[in-house]
Every structure is written in C-alpha cells, then in structure tokens.
Design a protein around this ligand. Structure first.
Ligand SMILES: [Zn+2]
Length: 106
C-alpha cells in the first residue's frame, strides 16, 4: 500500500501544468532590417569598387572645358583662354583621388 501511493504523489506534482509565460516572438521589423542590411552591403560594395576605380584611374576629363583645355568667351566665341580649372591639361584629378594620390609634379 505504501510504496504504491508514493509514486502517484510524485507524478501528480510533476504533471501539474506550471504557468510558464510564453512570450510570442513576433518581431515584424525583422524583414525590414534584412533589407536595409542588404542595401547597406550593396552601397558598401559600390563604394569599395568606386575607391578602387579612382585609385586605378585618378584622372578624369575636365568638366569645365569638357576636355578641350580651352575656355571660350560667351560673347565673342572666337576669344578663348586656357582653362583655369585644368590649366590646359584637359584633365583634372578625381575628387576622391586627392586624399590618396600625391602631387608628383611638384
Ligand atoms: Zn579644363
């Protein structure tokens, strides 16, 4: 009688459902964060490619004279002067290359 009554008491204690507070893991911002991370990664890759491109090709066509090296007058189009931006070299240093490339001609 005694040994049979003890296990029933133990199982009764164990079986009683304990009220565990189950917090539902519903975070709706998970997908948006992944998208932002993907965009950030794409921007980072683009920036790295741009830096490498600028490092390999630090010069670009002068935008003031459009690669002619000369600046024409607005009223008298026959009059011209050397482009002040590129100094007649028809090319200018890329803005991003100024920090890395040093002026070797000085
Ligand atoms: Zn120019």
């Amino acid at each position: 009688m005694l040994p049979s009554s003890l296990p029933t008491f133990v199982t009764a204690v164990v079986v009683t459902p304990s009220p565990t507070p189950t917090t539902p893991p519903t975070e709706h911002g998970g997908d948006g964060g992944g998208l932002w991370l993907l965009l950030l990664l794409a921007a980072f890759i683009w920036a790295v490619a741009h830096v490498i491109s600028v490092h390999l090709h630090p010069l670009r066509t002068c935008r003031a004279c459009r690669g002619t090296g000369l600046h024409h007058g607005h009223l008298f189009t026959g009059a011209m002067r050397v482009c002040r931006r590129c100094g007649g070299t028809r090319r200018e240093l890329h803005p991003g290359a100024r920090a890395t490339a040093r002026h070797r001609d000085h």
